[in-house]
Unconditional design. Structure first.
Length: 328
């Protein structure tokens, strides 16, 4: 048997013969479908069982799409797909096949896995997953999955991505939230959100207390530890001002989170055409609302409620996508 491994957007050619596409995951059943590039069902295509697609012939470009089978709207966290595309012949012991590198689809409603198209006398198989997920912590990874589920997108289209910024209250009232690790956890969650909606794989973090301290840019996986280290040694101030960072003249799409423990006296929640502002209140008695997400104060929150938190964090982003026609 001749086998090929496709990484990223790798491409191989197979004989122009009937193909079998198998897609499987350990944790869930997967439905695999053949579509045209415009999303219409491709013909001819046979579906003998869940996770198996047979293409008797390929006359035009076909996209291989996977989605959860059954009632699940999105793939569960930790779902990794194993994908094989090969010549469909039980009598040919040396049939050729292509295997995609395992694909993590956590939180996705569907994913385009590969294209199959005529290439002279053969068929060209091209993997569709060109982006490799940035490494995150466990909480960050789960938040990324929740963000994908909330937006029904793997990642925002490039023109609609945001500069993601975080202002952290470092006044005296935040001491307990610093000590119990709540702020570190919130930053981890926001790193997962940034991996889905960010123009760059980074968070711009500012500590606001006596003054404004802009932290050096670091990898998303490490940003929560960086923030915690800075908070542990920060001189705490008095009288938090949410408007300490002026974003009034921004002409780039910006998603700005303000992390504090109570609604600031100067908070008006005003957004502009380019800047979305969102308040993150950390505390057991905090209440959410439009433009406000409440996060319980805990160093190890119940991750079962993480999707609710992330959906709230991205409510304005989701609404803007509907307005722009990205989501229907």
């Amino acid at each position: 048997m001749s086998g090929y491994v496709l990484n990223g957007a790798g491409r191989v050619e197979l004989p122009n013969r009937p193909l079998a596409v198998t897609v499987a995951a350990v944790t869930t059943a997967v439905a695999v479908r053949a579509t045209l590039p415009d999303g219409r069902p491709a013909e001819p295509a046979l579906y003998p069982r869940v996770g198996l697609l047979i293409l008797p012939r390929v006359d035009t470009e076909i996209v291989v799409v996977a989605r959860p089978d059954g009632e699940s709207a999105a793939f569960p966290d930790g779902t990794v797909l194993q994908v094989t595309i090969g010549v469909d012949s039980s009598r040919d012991l040396d049939s050729e096949r292509a295997e995609l590198t395992p694909v993590d689809v956590s939180g996705l409603h569907q994913v385009e896995l590969a294209t199959i198209a005529p290439a002279g006398p053969r068929l060209a198989i091209t993997a569709r997953r060109t982006a490799v997920d940035v490494s995150l912590t466990d909480v960050g990874s789960r938040a990324r999955s929740a963000a994908r589920s909330a937006l029904a997108l793997d990642r925002l289209p490039e023109p609609r991505r945001f500069d993601v910024e975080v202002d952290v209250d470092t006044t005296m009232s935040m001491l307990a939230r610093i000590d119990d690790g709540s702020i570190r956890t919130v930053i981890d969650v926001l790193s997962g959100v940034a991996a889905v909606v960010g123009a760059r794989e980074e968070l711009a973090v500012r500590l606001i207390g006596h003054g404004v301290t802009t932290l050096p840019v670091t990898e998303l996986r490490d940003v929560a530890n960086q923030v915690q280290a800075e908070l542990d040694s920060a001189a705490l101030g008095m009288g938090f001002r949410s408007a300490a960072v002026d974003r009034g003249e921004r002409d780039t799409r910006t998603l700005a989170f303000t992390v504090t423990d109570a609604v600031p006296a100067d908070w008006d929640g005003a957004c502009t055409d380019t800047v979305i502002r969102h308040l993150v209140l950390v505390g057991d008695t905090a209440e959410g609302g439009p433009g406000v997400t409440a996060v319980p104060s805990s160093a190890a929150p119940e991750l079962s409620s993480l999707s609710v938190v992330v959906t709230s964090l991205l409510a304005d982003v989701s609404a803007s996508l509907f307005a722009e026609g990205v989501r229907r």
